[in-house]
Design a protein around this ligand. Structure first.
Ligand SMILES: NC(=O)C1=CN([C@@H]2O[C@H](COP(=O)(O)OP(=O)(O)OC[C@H]3O[C@@H](n4cnc5c(N)ncnc54)[C@H](OP(=O)(O)O)[C@@H]3O)[C@@H](O)[C@H]2O)C=CC1
Ligand SMILES: CC(=O)N[C@@H](CCC(=O)OP(=O)(O)O)C(=O)O
Length: 342
């Protein structure tokens, strides 16, 4: 029998992307789609690329509308998910694409999000050590932020194998869809086209504690992260350039061997052949992660560069991958690894 799924926040970018993937998922039947200011409008007006779903009408985001589904995806602004989730039955699989349940440390949550901490759910990044065990059979999933997905997959093997020491330095470029669909002046075409700009500089970005959480768990000790995000003139994609000091004696061959082993059996994380570097265009619309590593002999730093589609592996693809695990379906079901290029 098909898994019946509802999507809250279906008029937004993350909601639209999860609907795109669910529409092609052989085990899923789409039920209610909900929104806020666009309730009452046809999905086809707002997400015209979702042609088979064009006739669905967006309803208000209420527990009554979302009830009666096996899976509910929440693609809502931060702080909105907890109130909805607590009204849904414990047997319903709730997949939160917002940040509400990602962080373990309540003080971190309050510092970066400025509201009381709602709790912590199993973390929807299956490639992290132990994550699949926590996701199997769960009825609550916290999907990671898009930057923490790119950065954690790039650096966790280096810290887990004790190749890297001290803090990580990350500079990452994101496409504008990362900021959502709501109109904001800094996202206007005339501001973004032909220009790149940093934001959230100096430890101010709310994804920093999530990266620290993941890298510290891998290292078994606190790992600091200096994170600088930048906005790039493209609709989708993240290119994360991550570096960490290599422990004395670590060689380029050691780094390569650790990453080859770490990702040998991963269906979505693809360590590129030596000498080939990731590009966002190669993962456009795909759940794949393209990754390359090197050792800079002068700085003796490990360099790991990853490319993801922020809306696919960075949000909706990670959500569907984690749903598959929770429901006991093959993990790759309904998830593309083929990009769209040029
Ligand atoms: N964009 C990305 O790359 C990523 C996004 N996410 C997360 O996914 C979630 C959605 O982000 P995104 O799709 O980008 O944002 P959008 O702004 O594109 O969409 C937001 C959605 O939430 C709805 N909404 C707004 N306010 C409320 C409210 N008060 N109650 C209920 N629904 C509301 C909107 O409805 P309406 O349009 O009808 O007002 C819309 O459907 C966020 O938590 C975000 O952090 C996570 C990782 C990456
Ligand atoms: C370009 C851009 O603005 N990107 C967003 C990333 C948002 C995201 O991935 O996720 P969550 O909001 O779910 O944490 C930002 O930096 O805030």
């Amino acid at each position: 029998m098909a898994v019946r799924a509802a999507v809250a926040g279906a008029s937004g970018y993350a909601g639209g992307e999860v609907l795109r993937l669910l529409a092609g998922h052989p085990e899923v039947e789409i039920g209610a789609v909900t929104a806020h200011s666009s309730a009452g409008r046809r999905l086809g007006e707002l997400q015209p690329h979702l042609l088979p779903l064009a006739g669905l009408v967006l309803q208000d985001t209420t527990a009554e509308v979302l009830a009666g589904h096996d899976v509910v995806f929440l693609a809502l602004p931060h702080g909105q998910s907890a109130a909805v989730a607590e009204q849904l039955g414990k047997d319903v699989l709730v997949v939160d694409m917002g940040a509400d349940f990602r962080l373990k440390d309540a003080a971190d949550w309050e510092r970066f999000y400025g509201s009381p901490h709602a709790g912590t759910w199993p973390y929807g990044l299956p490639e992290l050590p132990g994550a699949r065990t926590a996701l199997a059979g769960t009825r609550r999933i916290a999907v990671p932020g898009c930057y923490p997905t790119a950065v954690s997959l790039a650096l966790v093997p280096a810290y887990a194998a004790a190749l890297a020491e001290d803090e990580a330095v990350v500079v990452a470029a994101s496409g504008t869809s990362g900021a959502g669909k709501a109109a904001k002046p800094h996202l206007l075409g005339s501001e973004v086209m032909g220009s790149m700009s940093p934001y959230g500089v100096g430890g101010g970005h709310r994804h920093t504690p999530e990266m620290i959480q993941n890298l510290s768990a891998a290292a078994g000790a606190r790992v600091g992260v200096s994170f600088t995000p930048t906005l790039a003139p493209m609709p989708r994609g993240i290119l994360a350039t991550c570096t960490a000091r290599a422990r004395p004696g670590v060689t380029a061959a050691d780094v390569r061997a650790v990453y080859e082993k770490a990702y040998a059996d991963e269906p979505f994380v693809h360590l590129l052949p030596e000498g080939q570097w990731p590009a966002t265009a190669s993962v456009y619309g795909s759940n794949a992660v393209h990754l390359q590593v090197a050792l800079d002999p002068d700085a003796h730093r490990i360099i790991a560069i990853s490319a993801i589609d922020n809306l696919t592996k960075g949000t909706a693809g990670g959500a569907v991958q984690s749903m598959n695990i929770a429901l006991g379906l093959p993990e790759v079901t309904g998830l593309p690894t083929i990009g769209v290029a040029p």
